[in-house]
Design a protein around this ligand. Structure first.
Ligand SMILES: Nc1ncnc2c1ncn2[C@@H]1O[C@H](COP(=O)(O)OP(=O)(O)OP(=O)(O)O)[C@@H](O)[C@H]1O
Length: 256
């Protein structure tokens, strides 16, 4: 079994006259927390969108756990083993927390539509198993007591946890978190850090976009810095922090 979960080579993406990604390549090893950082407009979300099939890249190749992988439809991406959360939370507002996680789990089930309509014994058994697993995941992310609450009634921080539970429900090889700490207060950020640590310790692999540099530097094993779509630097947090190119992009002449 390969130790590399995701290998992305030479990804480029252009929007009209704007080169949003230019020849970006990263390699993520099993069990790592990998950070993708950079100033506003650097191309981080575009990279996520390409990786998860929302945008088609102009060039580039992808390998997931040693297999060639082509990000196509979002559903297929989840099946291949990549789950993601979004910068702007995307939950089903009127569904309960439990139901939101169950939706994620359905990616991995086999009864299909006909089974659901006929409510076959296999379907019913699967539904029970899915609900049990969803409840476990809600407990795991720390919001089990809200299982029957509509997701829109949860606090912002708890909704982000719920998104993570839903992502975990697909049993992903890689979890891609888009700014998980956005809008969180200091206490919620500490809890989030503990949660991401726990997910890593359970032998999962995480790719993370995050603006909170302190969180990134404290949490990530490796970091890639993007700027204007280009890969400025890749290394451990300590290496990247010392890189003059990175210091200039964040503090220097760019003014962005
Ligand atoms: N669908 C699109 N059409 C046209 N331009 C786009 C599209 N998506 C992104 N862009 C542009 O590509 C560039 C990179 O944007 P992207 O959202 O990837 O940056 P980011 O690093 O995620 O920024 P932020 O930290 O602000 O979220 C920006 O200049 C943005 O305006």
């Amino acid at each position: 079994m390969t130790d590399t979960i995701l290998k992305v080579a030479s990804v480029s993406k252009r929007f009209g006259g704007l080169q949003a990604l230019s020849d970006v390549g990263i390699e993520i090893r099993r069990g790592q927390v990998y950070g993708l950082i950079g100033p506003n407009g650097a191309g981080k979300t575009t990279f996520f969108n390409v990786l998860t099939g929302l945008y088609t890249p102009d060039s580039g190749s992808f390998e997931l756990a040693g297999q060639a992988y082509t990000p196509t439809a979002v559903h297929e991406v989840a099946k291949a083993g990549i789950a993601r959360t979004f910068q702007n939370i995307r939950l089903f507002a009127e569904m309960t927390a439990l139901e939101n996680v169950m939706v994620g789990r359905h990616v991995r089930t086999g009864s299909g539509l006909l089974g659901a309509i006929l409510r076959t014994p296999k379907f019913k058994r699967e539904e029970r198993e899915i609900a049990d697993r969803a409840k476990e995941l809600l407990d795991y992310v720390g919001i089990g007591k809200f299982a029957d609450y509509k997701s829109r009634t949860l606090s912002y921080g708890d909704q982000r946890r719920l998104e993570i539970a839903r992502a975990l429900a697909t049993d992903p090889q890689l979890i891609a978190l888009d700014e998980p700490a956005a809008g969180m207060n200091a206490t919620e950020k500490i809890q989030l850090r503990e949660l991401i640590d726990r997910i890593r310790n359970d032998n999962r692999t995480i790719l993370l976009i995050e603006h909170d540099v302190k969180l990134v530097m404290g949490l990530c094993d490796r970091v890639t810095v993007l700027d204007y779509g280009k890969q400025l630097s890749t290394g451990t947090p300590a290496e990247v922090q010392k890189d003059p190119k990175v210091i200039e992009a964040y503090l220097g002449t760019g003014g962005h």
